[in-house]
Write a protein that binds this ligand. Sequence first.
Ligand code: GUN
Length: 305
Amino acid sequence: MKMTQQLDQTLSPQIHIIDGKEFAETLRQSVAIGARAFREKRGRAPGLAVVLVGQDPASQVYVRTKMKKALESGIDSFPHLLDSSTSQADLLQLIEKLNNDRYVHGILVQLPLPAHIDESKIITAIDPAKDVDGFHPINVGLLGQGKASLVPCTPLGCLMMLKDHLGNLSGKKAVIVGRSNIVGKPMANLLLQENCTVTIVHSRTEDLYSECRQADILVVAMGKAEFINAGAIKPGAVVIDVGINRVDKGGRSVLVGDVDFDSVGPVAGAITPVPGGVGPMTVACLMGNTLAAAEAIERDRAARY
Ligand code: GUN
């Protein structure tokens, strides 16, 4: 199943688009089949608790999308929309309650949290078996050791698209732009497991562009609108654009990635668009992680009783 389209363009060379939206829909349908089988066997659906603290507009959109896709996937979602003044102690108490709730198999706390709450304390309080974001130190450690774990959704979605497009990644030179805990670092571990030669570049890297030009695979997650242009691309490289930035273009507010699509597209072997690339895959992988967590938790429970 190759989720790659070729856009024939009259005025510019062909651009190979990796269609994350279509890939995500295929993945979501397979999760829905798994969720139905789970419900028939266990008498309840996989359950995902979604916690949002505050009214950040972008986070509200993400949380709404996650709940809508959960519903479409046959996953029960339990929203907890909390005021921005919620204390850390109250949030920890909610996490404890969700950890012990038999109907909840996955817990997602939307980030960023308000400044008065210590994100790492909250993430560490989540039961690692329900950590569908893969952010808990235990899951981070397991991923670093190359062992089975819940893996962060964005890099997992990127890896799926890369494997779908390229097949075997072994020996490829991968460069990741950005060293965040959510994308850059787990992406590096996943690509290492696929036997890639991995480099992470970041804001302090000397000559970032020349590092990028070595890449067969370039994953860009730096949060700077259209920062990467054709000068950073080895012809034929596969480019995964994780960025989502809202910018003004000719008086219109539009979404763009961290990659300058118009200049990079014709040079790259394939590229993910923004929107419609990594974003939908992140949400689909969250549904996949929730189903996987539910199956593991109920299997363990059944083995104990
Ligand atoms: N904020 C931005 N990306 C993510 C994500 O993948 N998970 C959570 N929980 N918050 C985010």
